[in-house]
Write a protein that binds this ligand. Structure first.
Ligand code: OGA
Ligand code: NI
Length: 358
């Protein structure tokens, strides 16, 4: 491989971002320190000493939803959605074997030669459903996130199997399909709790955008200087996330402290997105979260995002506004919310300001 001058920031940016070698390609070329464009301002760095672990992280057993304990389980879900905005679940309908295969195929995708991955860079991708890249909006960020990803939009089984990248298409599709019933159950529980019964058509509109991502956080020589993902909330309804055993996902608590969502074998992490916070008029919390990097190994995670169709109108549900006596968010087209969300770097829950009622 040609020697790359990582001291030169333009060369570095082109190599990592534009040519699609990714953070992984940079590390694989033998780099042993963190280049300047990845060094975070001190305010964004993540201390690892004295890190808290989320106490409320005992996974919720969803098998009890179909039985005499339904009410208790529903209550656990509602409470988590109203407070932390994050919880873990087991017996979620996705087999543990599939979860293992997902992690393996994520590693397989990123282990490919840079040229194999770079065909999916946004500017050249053969399919508008598939996008590979590094960081969130690297051209606008003060410091680049230490993360490569591939993102797969779902339209139909047929298109997924045709267009999604070969090493992960089958497992990613299975993951999406086998978790969807659980996602709908959770959304229904949250809706019922605020006295709302969604018509099937509206439910489909609110959950119409489905995307599976595979995130790759390469081993980092100086994890204290970088972040995997900066502070953000997710924009959609619910996110279901598979993480591996390395850990490093942090959620912000009410008191401003950060606590880790510890890896639990066989469990899935669920978090509330901005859309559910808006629909519920603020009752459900779209949690601010972030990911730290590590030098113990490369971490993979596989989130499934569900969000409204771009043409869907979102705003606080009338039943909830009536009870609250005030609408805390305005009604808007989801497309507009999305454009704003992807138009700027991660900045905590600032994304929600776009929807706040004047
Ligand atoms: C995300 C995200 C967390 C993780 O992709 O939005 O928050 O653990 N990922 O990778
Ligand atoms: Ni997220």
């Amino acid at each position: 491989m040609a020697i790359i001058n990582f001291e030169d920031q333009t060369t570095l940016y082109n190599f990592v971002v534009k040519q699609g070698n990714g953070v992984k390609g940079m590390i694989d070329s033998g780099l042993s320190s963190v280049p300047q464009p990845f060094v975070q301002p001190i305010s964004e760095r993540i201390p690892t000493q004295n890190a808290l672990t989320c106490e409320a992280s005992q996974p919720i057993d969803l098998s009890n939803l179909n039985g005499p304990h339904h009410k208790e389980v529903a209550k656990q879900i509602v409470e988590a959605a109203e407070t932390l905005g994050f919880f873990q679940v087991v017996n979620h309908g996705v087999s543990v074997e599939l979860l293992e295969l997902l992690k393996t195929s994520a590693h397989e995708f990123f282990a490919q030669a840079p040229e194999e991955k770079a065909i999916y860079l946004k500017e050249v991708s053969p399919s508008k459903l598939v996008k590979y890249g590094t960081s969130f909006v690297p051209d606008k960020e003060k410091a680049i996130e230490w993360k490569d990803y591939v993102s797969m939009m779902y339209t139909s089984d047929h298109e997924a199997l045709q267009h999604w990248p070969q090493p992960c298409r089958e497992v990613a599709l299975k993951f999406m399909k086998s978790s969807m019933e659980m996602v709908k159950n959770v959304v229904n529980i949250l809706m019922e709790n605020v006295g709302v019964k969604l018509e099937e058509e509206r439910m489909n509109g609110l959950m119409g955008t489905k995307m599976v991502n595979m995130n790759y956080y390469p081993t980092c020589p100086s994890p204290e200087l970088t972040i995997g993902v900066g502070r953000h909330s997710d924009m959609g309804m619910l996110t279901v996330l598979l993480q591996d055993g390395i850990g490093g996902l942090y959620v912000k608590l009410d008191n401003g402290e950060w606590a880790e969502i510890p890896p639990v074998h066989g469990a899935l992490v669920i978090n509330i997105g901005d859309t559910l916070q808006i629909l519920s008029n603020g009752k459900y919390k779209s949690a601010e979260h972030r990911v730290r990097t590590t030098n113990i190994g490369s971490r993979v995670s596989v989130p499934i995002f569900t969000a409204p169709n771009p043409s869907e109108k979102i705003g606080p549900l009338p039943e909830v506004v009536k009870r609250d006596g005030v609408a805390r968010y305005k009604e808007l087209l989801f497309q507009d919310y999305m454009n704003n969300f992807f138009g700027q770097p991660h900045d905590g829950k600032k994304s929600l300001d776009f929807a706040r009622a004047e």
